[in-house]
Design a protein around this ligand. Structure first.
Ligand code: SAH
Length: 237
């Protein structure tokens, strides 16, 4: 069982309060003497033993503090075009499990203009995914940026761009294994215009295909990230 607690001050005792306490004491029904892990969102894991369960808090003895091993060596940012909330949530959950460092929504020419993302929910989903998957760093979910801001990031970072109309660019060969930082940009359900595609490649993005079938944006994101992490050696333990 893993619980997120930001701003851990140190010391040998920790207290779960609020939602974390309710979840531990009432939903999961933990008992005095149980073991659990608290993480700080910045890379540290605190192995704890439950000392006491009060009405409003769960008191924990800290047994050891270790550097979390669940972080990938490569830091990847996902630039995902704004898509419907439930699909965006799916992408946040799965990208977090895969090891994403940050997720930034993007508005481009064919993005649906009537969608307003619920960022609080997206950030909560990232925290729960970290609790579940054993990571200790919470991915940063930024507010949406426009296409020109995306181009600026692309010109500064090694970026892979799966384009639905690309015929030749091979993802495996586009992956540069010497990089420690990378970005992946996924277009909206309406696709990316030829002009946007040209601007992206001029800014240095590697345009690749994900095969002959058109994937939904969230499927494209999850697939491209999986291949990237695999090729970068993240799945060799
Ligand atoms: N409406 C578009 C599809 C957009 S899919 C059409 O019908 O052509 C949303 C995004 O997922 C795309 O912009 C692209 O980034 C990615 N994507 C989906 N399928 C892909 C594929 N086969 N190859 C590369 N990228 C793909």
């Amino acid at each position: 069982m893993r619980f997120y607690m930001p701003n851990i001050a140190g010391g040998t005792v920790l207290e779960l309060t609020g939602d974390a306490h309710t979840h531990a004491a009432y939903a999961l029904r933990i008992r005095i003497g149980d073991y659990l892990t608290v993480f700080d969102g910045k890379g540290k894991d605190y192995s704890c033993k439950v000392k006491d369960i009060k009405k409003d808090r769960t008191v924990l003895d800290v047994l050891s503090v270790t550097e979390n091993v669940g972080e990938p060596k490569i830091s990847v940012t996902l630039y995902l075009s704004v898509i419907k909330q439930d699909r965006f949530e799916l992408a946040v959950q799965k990208a977090t499990e895969l090891g994403i460092a940050g997720i930034t929504p993007v508005n481009s020419a064919y993005t649906q203009k009537n969608i307003s993302l619920n960022y609080d929910r997206l950030r909560k989903i990232a925290v729960s995914a970290c609790e579940q998957c054993g990571r200790s760093r919470i991915p940063v979910i930024e507010n949406a940026i426009d296409f020109d801001t995306l181009l600026k990031h692309v010109s500064e970072t090694y970026t892979i761009f799966p384009w639905e109309r690309e015929m030749h660019g091979d993802l495996k060969s586009a992956i540069d294994k010497t990089q420690t930082e990378a970005a992946v940009f996924i277009g909206p359900e309406g696709g990316i215009t030829e002009e946007e595609k040209n601007k992206l490649t001029q800014a240095g993005a590697k345009c690749v295909t994900l095969g002959a079938r058109i994937l939904r944006a969230e499927t494209a994101a999850i697939s491209a990230l999986s291949v990237l992490y695999y090729e970068m050696g993240e799945w060799n333990l």
